[in-house]
Ligand binder design. Sequence first.
Ligand SMILES: [Zn+2]
Ligand SMILES: [Zn+2]
Length: 438
Amino acid sequence: MERTWHKPLPAADLVIRGGRVVDPLSGVDTVHDVLVKRGKVAEVGRALAAPKGAREVDADGMFVLPGFVDLHTHLRTPGREDEEDVASGTLAAAGGGYVRVFAMANTEPVVDTAVVLRGLIETARTEAVVPAGFYAAVTRGLKGEQLTEMAELAEAGAVAFSDDGRPLATAALVRRALQYAKVTGRTIAIHAQDDSLFRGGQMHEGAVSARLGLGGIPPLCESLDVARALEVAAYEEAPLHVHHVSAAATLEHLSRAKAAGLRVTAEATPHHLTMTDEAVASLDSNLKMNPPLREEDDRQALVKALQEGLVDCVATDHAPHAPMSKDVPFEEAAFGTTGLETAFAVLYTDLVKKRALDLGTLVTRMSQAPAAIAGVEPPAIRPGAVADLCVVDPRATWTVIAKGFRSRSANSAFLGRELSGRVRLTVAAGRLAWEADA
Ligand SMILES: [Zn+2]
Ligand SMILES: [Zn+2]
């Protein structure tokens, strides 16, 4: 069953010369040429002969990696095409080395019927630069009341179900959602948030929020909701995916659930893996996100969990916002940061270069692990595989600036940061999806 769709582009023919091929799934980390023929990896080896008509790409000193897969993108369409749409969002993805993105259902209208979902699939077939797939909502209108027609939505192509942006607010709702999702063979993903603890919250509850006089969102707001959902999932023997883990306390629940054999997976964002609430003291509204940036202990626990695989994958939670939602006082600003175009460079600069995470693990967590969770073929750089790869120059340093994005929105938490690692080329589903200007 197809889970992603893209526009028809010509199949790529190219030879990528002399890059460091890092493909943990194939057990490869060595300097090789990669020959892509009619969109497929034909050969990986030394001094490969270039067939007639094939492009030569000099990757000397660069990484050649399995392309990244984002389980958590907001493409904002239908409804807010001023912020993002399929074309702009997937081009941003390609520019970040992504070869698959999965979009959340909290659009206007919500993706809660097969009609809306089919419309998006049609758009992806004509506009998506890299293959895009779609979540469907768990409840109609994300209202937390009536379940959507999950069987019909799964049949129409929904990759999974999520009310992201809103929690599943009662145990009964979590239970019914899991029961129905199980029948469809799709997973329920949760935006964990206990509303009674969230209310009025602007940022992480701690010393910084106290100093700034801003309403706090305690880690308990997340960990409590995760704990409950895990209990219900264990009871129903149903799989569960946890969006954007931010708190160390949540990791403890995940660890126990995994040890007990529960089919639970979890994602963490580049911003939660690299930043803390200290940064929010600037009152920069681009640092306002939900869940909020937490404390250094949480951040370090997240990094360790990512290294060990307790957190299965990186997901961007790419959340484009129009300037009118962000160029306002912190208390009035919308939650969210963009992330597709900075994810690899941020994690490479802040974690890999500082030896908090190894490159192979980062590749697994950004590419092959999320692909497996989505139920799509994990990108691999080996003969016979469809070419889903990116070429990254780790020596290239660049500064994140508002004008530099392909995304339609520029609300990045990383504006002004100098980063190492620039994506030079992305081949998605065998098609050249991105090539950086020289
Ligand atoms: Zn969320
Ligand atoms: Zn989200």
